[in-house]
Ligand binder design. Structure first.
Ligand SMILES: [Zn+2]
Ligand SMILES: [Zn+2]
Length: 274
């Protein structure tokens, strides 16, 4: 069985966006099951697409791992990029949830330094479990985004190319700030990379591609399961030579559109009838 398709609570994907033109590795399915299965850390995907009317994003960060905030050249708050893309997944559905995304550090939580140089899926899950104590609700979905120092530990080895991971079946996403910081050549681009990483990981936890939300048309990459074949989609995953993320940045500036999902991905979530 493809480890990425396992029902266990595992790492879905060690996301490496395509601007990293070298050392791209595949979806990182971890065999270490996340046994401490908190009811608070369970994501009910059908409920997300049927009864949830509010989606709330909680952000916690270690010291020196704070998310980028502020606005783009076009005065678009960086965190509205994530907000807009989540909204886009639900556009046109009978129930379009309100999406609450923090935009500045005051609305995010600084947690104590965890003094870790690497993180396994279990470590991330354990931290989320410590922080997460909201009762489960079918009308409200809360997602927890952790901004961490250090690297994702991929099969026993810290991987300094992994920007972010999502934990399958949970509402937990981790972003590795040291990797984000090294990824962009300018503050603008780096902030954009951070948002694109979040959008990509939210795409996965919200069921893309073919990850709980069935496809309307075939667009799952056979070589990189759970990713999109459309090269202009944030869920695309390509090796060396791929168009880099600056194309997205340019598209933003030119068109004003900040939706990073392709039409095929949007068609899946907008048409999903659980
Ligand atoms: Zn991915
Ligand atoms: Zn797509």
């Amino acid at each position: 069985m493809n480890p990425c398709l396992s029902l266990l609570r595992r790492i879905l994907c060690a996301v490496l966006l395509f601007f990293l033109v070298s050392q791209i590795s595949g979806c990182s399915g971890s065999d270490e099951g996340l046994s401490a299965d908190s009811e608070y850390l369970r994501l009910d995907l059908p409920a997300l697409y049927s009864t949830v009317h509010t989606i709330s994003i909680q952000v916690a960060h270690e010291p020196e791992a704070a998310p980028y905030t502020g606005s783009t050249f076009s005065d678009i708050p960086y965190w509205s990029i994530l907000e807009t893309n989540i909204q886009a997944l639900f556009a046109g559905r009978i129930l379009e949830p309100d999406v609450i995304v923090p935009r500045d550090l005051e609305a995010m939580e600084q947690i104590p330094d965890q003094f870790r140089s690497s993180w396994t899926a279990k470590d991330i899950y354990a931290l989320a479990n410590d922080l997460w104590n909201q009762p489960h609700s079918t009308s409200m979905a809360e997602f927890l985004v952790l901004f961490l120092k250090g690297y994702f530990e991929d099969q026993g080895t810290p991987n300094d190319n992994v920007l972010g991971v999502s934990l399958v079946g949970t509402p937990v996403i981790a972003v590795f700030k040291d990797v984000i910081r090294a990824a962009g050549s300018s503050p603008y681009l780096t902030s954009f990379v951070e948002q694109a990483t979040l959008v990509h990981e939210f795409g996965h936890v919200m069921g893309l591609v073919n990850n709980g939300v069935p496809m309307v048309t075939e667009h799952e990459d056979a070589e990189y399961p759970l990713h999109c074949t459309n090269q202009n989609c944030v869920m695309y995953w390509q090796n060396e030579g791929a168009p880099d993320l600056r194309i997205f940045a340019q598209q933003m500036l030119i068109s004003g559109s900040i939706v990073m999902f392709c039409d095929e991905c949007l068609e899946d979530t907008r048409g999903y009838a659980p």
